[in-house]
Every structure is written in C-alpha cells, then in structure tokens.
Design a protein around this ligand. Sequence first.
Ligand code: ZN
Length: 363
Amino acid sequence: MSLDRIVGQERAKAQISAWFASQRLPHAVLITGQEGVGKRRLALELAKAINCRQMPGVGCDSCSSCTKAESLSHPNIHILLPLPTGSSRSGSDAEQFAALRETALDYLAGGSTSRSGSNLPKDHILLLQREMSFAPTEAPKRVAVIFAADCMQKAGANSLLKILEEPPRHAVFLLVSSAPDRLLPTVVSRCQRLPLRPLRAEEIRAQLMEQGLAPERAELASRLAVGNRLPPANVGGEEFDAMRELVERFIDSALSGAEEEYWALLEALGGRPDKQRMEGFLGLCSAYLRDIFLIGLQRVSQVANTDREPRLKNWSERIDPRRLDGVAESLDAAFESQRHNVSPQLLLADIWHQVRRSGSVNA
Ligand SMILES: [Zn+2]
C-alpha cells in the first residue's frame, strides 16, 4: 500500500501533500481519530513516504526503502508501542528494538495491544532518544512512530517532551492516539495535528476487502462499525465469532432468567477480561440491542447483524422496548467504568439484570 491508496481521509492526505510540496514537514505530527479509522496504517505509510526514494511524499511501495519500511526493518524508522507492564525489557538497544519489531508487526496486522496494564515505559522513550540522535544512515530522515502514545506515563512523556523541545534536525516524530486528551498538553502543543475522520460504511467495506476480508464479512463489519462502537478490525477471525456467540448467549440467558448460564458465560469470557475484550463484548452487546430496537420499529434495512434476523425478531417480541433505555444506560456506564478498572463482573451483572428486566413483562 502507499499513502494514495489509503481509503478515505482525503483531508489528511491533502495536508500531507501540502507539507511535502512546501518542504515543511513538521518535526512532530499527532495522528488522531477513533479506533478503526486507519491511524496505524496511515502512520506507517507516512513514515514510508518520508523515506521513499522513487516517490518521496507518496511512497512507491517497491523501492528498497519502502520494502524495508513495510517489514519494519528500515534502519531509520523506529517503532514504539505499549507493552504489558512487567514484560522483559532487557538487552542491548538493538535487541530491544528487535523485540519491539515482532510485537509491532502483529499490531499492524490488526492485532491488539492490551491497553490495560500496558504502558510506554520511560526506558523505551530514552532508547528512542538515543537512536533518533544519530544522523540517518540511508535516508533523508529518521522517523519515530509512537503508537497509542496516550499510554505514556508521566516520566516517559516528560522525556519525550525534552526531545520534542529540541528535536534533532533530521528527526520526525509521528505520535498516534485515539485519546489525545490523555497526552500531556505540552506534548500536544509541540505537534501538528493530523485528525482522521470516521469512515463511511462503504469506505470501511472497501478497506476491509482490500485487506482480504470476504465481502459478506466486510459488509457485516461496516454495519457494526457505523452507528455502533465496534472497531471494524475486530470483525474478522474466529475470535469474533466466539465473541458473538458469547453475546448472544448472554442476551438469551438474561431473557430466560438462566442464572447458571450467566455464570458459565462469565467464565467463558475470562475471569478478568482485559479492556480490549470487554470493549469488544460491550460493543457487540450495544449493536445487538440497537438491532432489537430497530427490528421493533420495522426498520430492518438499518439492522447491523443482518444474518441474525430471525433471532433478533424473536428477542424483539420478548422485550419491552420502553425498557431498553435502562439497558442502554447501563451499557454506557459500563463503557465508561471499565476505563477506570471497575470489576467487569459488576458491570456485566448490571447489564444482564437490565436486559432481564426489559424482558420480564412478557415472561
Ligand atoms: Zn519507495
């Protein structure tokens, strides 16, 4: 892929072109936008475009610089991303970067970093600082890409701030964040913002099909992402199918008041599911409840889980739509609370009881 093949984001791409055309590439760029809009890909493509030999500013995707960048083995492109606390960070600088490269390859392929208990440690920022101070070896610039930059703790952020205050002439820092309000304001003020906007359904579909997803999956993903809170990247493999089954059993068990089933589900979800998993579960729950509501209003064309229509009809007949507000409220509260490490069991129990209440009228 290259910058010009990124789906959507015309404004961001125009901004990048303007930087290159005027030869005024900022030394620090903050790429923001919701989960799933393509920030990771854009950051990597920008890093590539900065160093491409054939088509600087766009990226040719075939020169040796682009090839190395794609496999994250470019000597002048350095990647940082949050790692679970306690993970080993020993070894020489080169060994540490090699370990990061493996994690980053998985992350760029759509893998997730577990944000809970993860951070961007200060020693990695210092590692980056050392590396960025050297002149680039085979390209015009050294580029640092810092994914999920908001996971930086204060000590790390302060170290980064020092580098951004007096950046080496040949250095470009690309910070990526879906929660820029959690960054130090002094760091943000040193960066040029590059906001990515939410994708439209057809753009999501096109993007996923470009990544090799089957058309019906891409369609489902785009429907779940628009109007719901589910990053489209989550709709893909077996993990998604398993999660979907869990959510369906969750709603079923609540509507039939089957408490043992509820406990079995908690176990299947994992005693203490991480935030990513919880967000996936809650996002799917929201999507299903929205669908139940839409089916009740006969607005079938707006339903996301189109392949589950009979089941949705069945649920809709058993639920009092006036009580769905209570469910929506507890889902909103759960989204907010799980960010603050409230026990997932407590949050799920509340949602389960609200779903049960919404169905109790006809029980
Ligand atoms: Zn190239």
